[in-house]
Design a protein around this ligand. Structure first.
Ligand code: MEV
Length: 327
């Protein structure tokens, strides 16, 4: 039996635009998904998932990946997670030249599903590491990141960048532009996260931006403007200029809103953070619901989120320098 874990992440800048080749800067956070793989005698895949939401709510799902999960809450999300596990195991089988390998897989995650904190990437990355190690093969981080990207790409029907999976595999802050993925230096960043208890459908949200981009030249320009903003943000990050980073995060949120991927609850949480004195705040990930990230070294944002309508939980998150690891 082998357990591996990988971190979730927040986007400082650049989600959505990164799908069109613009740069993005995600940063791993100290919330992890853990995947345990145990080799079976047959070639079947059995998946058990629990704690797939922040508040400790337990999804009891135990069955074959092609059966319908018997859960009361968010069965669609649980089914989506099973798709990612399937794709991760396919990659592990291919990497180890063991097409018939079967596994019992258990997922435990501190990252809410579909909420913009990179839960699917963390599950895929940890899943590939757990399953390949269980078969006695040690892949390098770059290969895990590449295979995890291919798995996400397949599940999201060709609409994925390398940002989520690379960040989850390597940990730390990273810069992704097309195929070019690398670690970058980052100061201590006082992240505060607000979670509305909901989730967005990444595939639909990415498709929505694609449509806008094809329909309106100014939407295409908005995507390019996000790229310019990210390049400016990289300079602020290198200089450790939190105020400038915050201003650019506010700007990035506005541009994402104009691309139609924010929501009332995300906007409320962003404004609560700004009113509480955060340097800046924006939605993180695909949007539509889920999480915002603010930069605030004081307790202001965290306590304000406690009183913000629509916010289920506000919490601080540290940058996590460690990527995928065997537990
Ligand atoms: C989703 O976490 C981030 C998006 O940019 C999609 C992707 O990069 O694959 C919306």
């Amino acid at each position: 039996m082998t357990t591996a874990s990988a971190p979730g992440k927040v986007y400082l800048f650049g989600e959505h635009a990164v799908v069109y080749g613009e740069p993005a800067v995600p940063s791993a956070i100290s919330r992890r998904a853990r995947v345990t793989a145990e080799r079976r005698a047959d070639s079947r895949l059995r998946v058990h998932a629990e704690d797939l939401s922040l508040d400790g709510f337990t999804v009891e799902y135990s069955g074959e990946t092609d059966s319908t999960p018997d859960v009361d809450v968010s069965p669609g999300l649980v089914r989506a997670a099973m798709g990612y596990v399937d794709a991760a195991v396919s990659q592990a089988r291919e990497a180890t030249d063991a097409p018939e390998a079967g596994f019992d897989i258990t997922i435990e995650s501190e990252i809410p599903l579909g909420a913009g904190l990179g839960s699917s990437a963390a599950v895929v990355v940890a899943g590939i590491e757990a399953a390949t190690r269980e078969l006695g093969v040690e892949l390098g981080t770059e290969e895990i990141a590449d295979r995890a990207y291919r798995a996400e790409h397949e599940v999201q029907e060709g609409q994925a960048s390398r940002a989520d999976t690379f960040c989850s595999a390597t940990g730390g802050a990273v810069r992704v532009e097309g195929e070019d993925c690398r670690a970058i230096e980052a100061p201590d960043l006082p992240f505060v996260i607000g979670f509305d208890g909901g989730a967005g459908d990444t595939g639909e949200l990415v498709a929505g931006v694609r449509e806008l981009r094809e329909r309106y030249p100014f939407a295409a320009s908005t995507v390019e403007t996000i790229g310019d903003l990210v390049r400016q943000g990289e300079r602020a990050l290198a200089e450790g200029d939190l105020e400038e980073l915050g201003t650019l995060m506010d700007f990035n949120h506005g541009l994402l809103s104009s691309l139609g991927v924010s929501s009332r609850s995300l906007d409320r949480m962003v404004w609560a953070a700004r009113d509480a004195g955060a340097h800046g705040a924006k939605l993180t990930g695909a949007g539509g619901g889920g999480c915002i990230v603010a930069l605030d070294p004081t307790d202001g944002t965290e306590s304000a989120l406690g009183f913000t309508p629509g916010c289920e939980e506000g919490f601080r998150a540290e940058l996590d320098d460690e990527g995928v690891r065997v537990e």
